[in-house]
Design a protein. Structure first.
Length: 280
């Protein structure tokens, strides 16, 4: 549930202008610890489970980064992509989910939102501040994919011409097969209660080498825990336009709904009062 109707009215925007990125690896870990503790309170998860989760994240990061422990950019990317899960019912949660949950809830839990926004600043060093997709890794034809599930009641929001912002990071892959894997896992995790959906995300094909057409808020995650995922990560509150919807009569993993969306070139040139996606 998103507790602010638009980006302009979000507590996220207020905090984003007040908070800076965590400057050291120790600060990043402290921010993660605060976020997880707040999430555990929010979700009714035991503090012991939260502590075990944070310890696992820290140990994994130390092994992953090795001699690069002071590189906060690498650390942020590794934490975002970590496969470690917080033990909670009904579904164990990764840090990426927890971070996006804090952004979605927004004013509903500012104790979660404050540390989340600091982590957003760190990850936006990749997505926005130091972005740049070279031609050799640009998605074929400028297309990325996202596999997920969607409650039937939200399908109607995504109609042709709908322009909206996503209240969270949006993870995609240049590989359709990888996106399909994620869709299959999500469909299984939700116990088949939602519809399977494949998103096809179009970037401007002239982006490589032409700054006027290059999306300003997406980048390839180069230092994640699973580089084979070829993850392209869009910054929170990125803007998209629905170009086409192919509805399936039986939206399971083999026959998902297919939604074509086009990424805006520059979020800062888009309206702050656009509708927020109810699901993504």
């Amino acid at each position: 549930v998103q507790n602010s109707p638009t980006f302009a009215e979000s507590a996220f925007l207020t905090h984003y202008h007040q908070v800076e990125m965590a400057p050291t690896s120790a600060d990043v870990h402290a921010t993660v610890r605060a976020l997880v503790a707040a999430y555990c309170t929010h979700a009714g998860v035991s503090p012991a489970a939260g502590e075990a989760f944070v310890t696992a994240l820290e140990n994994e990061a130390a092994a992953f980064l090795d001699s690069n422990l002071s590189d906060v950019d690498r650390l942020a990317q590794q934490l975002w992509t970590s496969g470690q899960r917080l033990s909670c019912a009904p579904t164990p949660r990764e840090l990426s989910f927890i971070l996006n949950e804090a952004i979605r809830v927004d004013r509903g839990n500012e104790a979660m939102l404050r540390p989340a926004v600091q982590l957003v600043h760190n990850l936006n060093q990749l997505c926005v501040d130091r972005r740049g997709i070279e031609a050799d890794v640009f998605p074929p034809d400028g297309r990325c994919f996202r596999g997920a599930v969607l409650p039937t009641e939200h399908l109607g929001f995504f109609h042709r011409g709908q322009r909206y912002r996503v209240p969270g990071f949006l993870a995609t892959s240049r590989l359709k097969g990888k996106a399909t894997e994620f869709m299959n896992h999500a469909f299984k995790d939700c116990r088949r209660q939602h519809c399977a959906v494949l998103w096809r995300v179009q970037l401007h094909p002239c982006g490589p080498g032409h700054s006027a057409y290059a999306c300003k808020h997406v980048n390839l995650v180069r230092h994640g825990a699973f580089p084979e995922e070829n993850e392209y990560l869009f910054a929170p509150y990125s803007v998209f336009t629905v170009r086409n919807v192919e509805r399936s009569q039986a939206p399971r993993t083999g026959e998902p709904h297919v939604i074509d969306i086009e990424a805006a070139i520059d979020n800062e040139c888009e309206g702050e009062y656009l509708s927020l996606a109810p699901w993504y």
